[in-house]
Structure formats: C-alpha cells, structure tokens
Write a protein that binds this ligand. Structure first.
Ligand code: C5P
Length: 220
C-alpha cells in the first residue's frame, strides 16, 4: 500500500486565459487552452489533494473530484482567489492572466461611425492585479506554504524564470520550454527554485503534471 502523495492537502490552482471585455461582444484574451492547469488539478486530485480550480474561459471538462469556480476577467480571478488562499496550503498559478484591461468597458456595442470617418476607437488601458504576487505577499498564517508560478517566455527562460521567482517571492517557478505549447497536449518544463534548475523532458501534459505533483509533495 502506497499512501497518496497529497492526501489531506488542500491545493488552489488558477488555469486558462482571462477575458477582458471591450464591450458586450468583444474583448482581449490570449491563447492559453488551460490544458496544463487542468492536468495539474487532475493529478493533484488523483494524489489525494482537495483541489479548488479557478478557471478562466476554457473548453475543458472539470477533472473528477475537483471543485471548479469559473471566472472571466483577471479582476474576477483575483476576487475569487484571494479569499480562498488562506484556506489552502498549496497555490499553483498556471493561468495566463491578462496584464492589462481596458480602463472602462463600453456598456453598448461600439459601432463604426461614418461621420467620424470610421476612425478606430482608442482604448485607455490599466494594469490588472498580479494574483500570484498578491497571494505570495499575504501575511504568514494566511499565505499558502508553497506558491508555484509559471513562466512562458520566448527567450531566456531560465533568466526570466529566476527573475520571476525573486520578484514574486514564490518557492518554485515552472517554465514552459518552447516552442509555444498553447493548445498542445505535450510540453517540456524547466523547474526553477532557489537551489537550481531541473528539466522535465517533453511528455504529455498529464504525465508532466504528475511529475510536478510529486515535486510539490516532496516539498511539503
Ligand atoms: O511574468 P508574468 O507576470 O506573466 O508571470 C507569470 C506568472 O504569474 C504565472 O504563474 C501567472 O499565473 C501569474 N500571474 C498572475 N497574475 C497576473 C499575472 C501573472 O497570477 N496578473
């Protein structure tokens, strides 16, 4: 009999893109499919953890035994995650959160205006809250013991990943080793922590998720 790796642990995870509305029918988003995050949620639940998954707009079924909360925007994701963080000892941020949102979404569909020569609209943007950094900055007693961030970079993954580790004050950063993994079923990961770096070679996302869950279990 092998006890489950995360039995009795509570894990909170964000996944998918966020959607920042411009008007009732349009918005800004990104190409995250949510597959990596959903695979980690599944692997953690299989390992015995009580998993809460806060998901942006994705087309994926909820893994078994996972509590799922659906959100659209980064602000909604922040508002869902922050009050839950204190109840979870593990936090994994896989969501591809939009860095900016339009300062004010239009209440009505923005129309072309021939009297203005169909001049394209200009949107003033404002910064979204950093969910991972905010959770990692919670005071002791409310902060999950282990905070894990993800990094998708087009270059210098190790350097940018280490920079994220220090800037966001998290215990582990997981880098997506290129090429872009959006929507794919496989990935390769670079684990970056205070000690050093370790590569998880290319494999399907569920098998990588299981390796990552084992890595998380080793640390708690
Ligand atoms: O460099 P970047 O800020 O995109 O860092 C990515 C990591 O931070 C990911 O783990 C992502 O889920 C998290 N993040 C977040 N909230 C943001 C931006 C990024 O939780 N607003």
């Amino acid at each position: 009999f092998q006890p489950k790796l995360l039995a009795g642990r509570k894990l909170l995870i964000t996944a998918g893109p966020t959607f920042e509305a411009l008007d009732p029918v349009r918005g800004i988003t990104n190409l995250s499919s949510g597959k990596m995050g959903f695979a980690i949620a599944r692997a953690a639940a299989e390992a015995g953890a009580a998993v809460t998954l806060v998901a942006g707009p994705v087309h994926l079924p909820t893994p078994r035994h996972v509590r799922r909360i659906d959100v659209q925007s980064a602000q909604q994701m922040f508002d869902a995650v922050l009050p839950l963080a204190a109840q979870h000892e593990l936090f994994v941020a896989t969501a591809a959160v939009a860095d900016w949102r339009p300062l004010a979404a239009s209440a009505h569909k923005i129309k072309k205006d021939p009297s203005q020569g169909n001049r394209p609209p200009a949107f003033e943007m404002t910064e979204n809250p950093d969910i991972l950094a905010s959770v990692a900055a919670l005071p002791a007693g409310q902060r999950p013991r282990l905070c894990v961030g993800f990094a998708a970079e087009s270059q210098d993954l190790a350097r940018h990943g280490r920079d994220k580790l220090l800037r966001k004050k998290v215990e582990l950063v997981v880098g997506n080793i290129g090429p872009a993994t959006f929507g794919r079923d496989d990935n390769a990961l670079l684990l970056i922590d205070a000690e050093g770096e370790r590569e998880l070679p290319r494999a399907d996302k569920l098998s990588l998720a299981r390796q990552l869950v084992a890595e998380i279990a080793r640390r708690v």
